[in-house]
Design a binder for this molecule. Sequence first.
Ligand SMILES: N[C@@H](CCC(=O)N[C@@H](CS)C(=O)NCC(=O)O)C(=O)O
Length: 216
Amino acid sequence: MKLYSGPLSMFGAKAEIAVLEKGIDCEREHVPFELARLYEPKHPEVLRVNPKAEVPVLVDGDLDVFDSTQVFEYLEDVAPDPPLWPRDPRARARARQLELRSDEVFFPHVVTIMPQRTQATAEQAQAAKQAIARYYEEMEPQLDPGPYLAGEYTYADIAFFMAQTFAGFLGAPWGAGHPRLDAWRDRVASRPAVTAVLGPMAAYVAAQSGRPSNDP
Ligand SMILES: N[C@@H](CCC(=O)N[C@@H](CS)C(=O)NCC(=O)O)C(=O)O
């Protein structure tokens, strides 16, 4: 298997963490990325596999899979242990909803406050920050009783962990008064698969933040 991701790709990091959690033998390639040019020019494999021209892309022999959630589903099918979706259908549906909400409800607000990505007005950025804060308020009780968002550790935790990490990079953390979220983040961050992916990404962000904003 070969996974195409990016050094600062939230969705790619989801897939990278899942591959490591599953212990799958998989080569990883980071496609070219610079803050000024983003993903241009696109990697030929990304263009070949994904009509949306986005990472992550997974190639397994003659099978091509694009979209981080689709990668999760494939990994779960080929490597069911350790499970990263609950076995119970209702619990699994709930976990899938949480994963979808992180990608499609929460993260678009984070994209709105990305300086390289958005033409958002100050009002739109402010509204996005408020929506991010409201989402945190919804997730705090979601962790009761925990220890993870859907009870056991699932892809929903991987997705929201990465999404909230990017919100934090962009100055929209949840702040004080969220003890369950704090404990959950520590719990997820301490997983070796998460540390292995997040460490280099945080170092990349730190290196970039020392440069002028338009300098890749
Ligand atoms: N829904 C997709 C989203 C993938 C996505 O947005 N990938 C970004 C990087 S995090 C990308 O490749 N963007 C390419 C571009 O902006 O040109 C998924 O879950 O994989």
